[in-house]
Structures are given as C-alpha cells and as structure tokens.
Design a protein around this ligand. Sequence first.
Ligand code: E4P
Length: 217
Amino acid sequence: MKFFIDTANLDQIKEAQDMGILDGVTTNPSLMAKEGITGHENIINHYKAICEIVDGDVSAEVIATDFEGMIREGEALAKLHPQIVVKVPMIKDGIKAIKYFSDKGIKTNCTLVFSAGQALLAAKAGATYVSPFIGRLDDVSTDGLGLIQEIRLIYDNYGFETQILAASVRHTMHIIDCAKIGADVMTGPLKAIDGLLNHPLTDIGLAKFLEDFKKGN
Ligand code: E4P
C-alpha cells in the first residue's frame, strides 16, 4: 500500500519524506487555507514547493465546478510539474473532465467520493485514483472502511486499474484496516503514520537492551 500524507504543511511533508516511506501528497483547498496559503500565485508556488520535496504524486485540486473551467485549471496544474495529479470533484462535469484528462494522459484523483456507485463512475471515466472519504463517513455513523471493501470488490470484479486512495484517514487503525482490505493507497496525517511506530514493548525492550549493553561495557 502506498502512503500519501494529507497536508499542505511543508515541515510535515519533509518529515515523512525523510523517514523514507512517503509515496505522495494530497492537498485540498481547506488544507491550503489551514497553512495560510491563499491566492492563486501562492497556491501554485506551494504546489511546486511540495513537488520539490517528494518523489511521488501530488494531488492539486481544481476550484471550478464546470467542465470548461475544470479543463482550463487542470491543464494548467498538470503543466506545473510532472508529479501533479489533477484532483476533480465527483460531480457530472467532474466525470466528464476525468474522461477528458484520462484520454490526454493526465493523471486524476476523483475526490469527495462517498458511495460505491460514485467509485464505479470514476473508474469508468478512467480516474487514476478514487478518493473515498472514510473518516467523514464514520463521522455520520456510516462504515467508511465498509465502502473501501465494496469498491475493492467491484474494481477486482472487472479489473479496473483506478487505484483506491483511502482518504480522510483519521488515525493509525484506519491505516492498518485499509491495508488489510487492500486499499492501493492511504492518505492521512503525519500523526496517524507516526502512530504505526508505537508499541510499549518496543520501548521497554530497547531500554533493557541498552541497560544490559552498559553493564557489559
Ligand atoms: C484528501 O484527499 C482529502 O481531501 C482529505 O483526506 C479529507 O480529509 P478530512 O475529512 O480529514 O478533511
């Protein structure tokens, strides 16, 4: 499973990249605003800065919601850097735009996916990634991981190449469960990734090894 970090914070992106386990980055307008990145030029420069830090795919979201606008913005974003993936919302014009980009060899991430039917449409349109938001489904008493399972089954039934990018990952167990189900990618915060490191027996064992080493030296 690929690990993407879900942030626009450059320090956190660098930290994950330095660990050597990072495969890409996802951003959205809310994550940009959280870092105080506003205005077209600043946002564009921020995407470029992220691409300089990581080796993998970097999702950059279109703001337009009409077909022509999405095409215009998406083509400009794709030209910024070869690692840019154009993030397109799951609406009818978005599906048309994904098909257009797919035919032109531009990578896409279909975002704001909350049902198996939406994921099926994204795959039919040729999306590179589909992003089901598992945390937001959990927030409304709906089984987010169950949706990943449904999409996995549907994509495997027909050999769709669209990669399931589990998004809105909130905690460490989400990552482990996504890996068990067979999500192709997960995108989550650094805290959830760091949580994978933790086990008290590791800490106790390491402390004991160091203590015993000192006894013999
Ligand atoms: C990523 O592509 C999504 O925009 C993101 O994971 C949403 O996460 P949230 O539900 O925690 O805002």
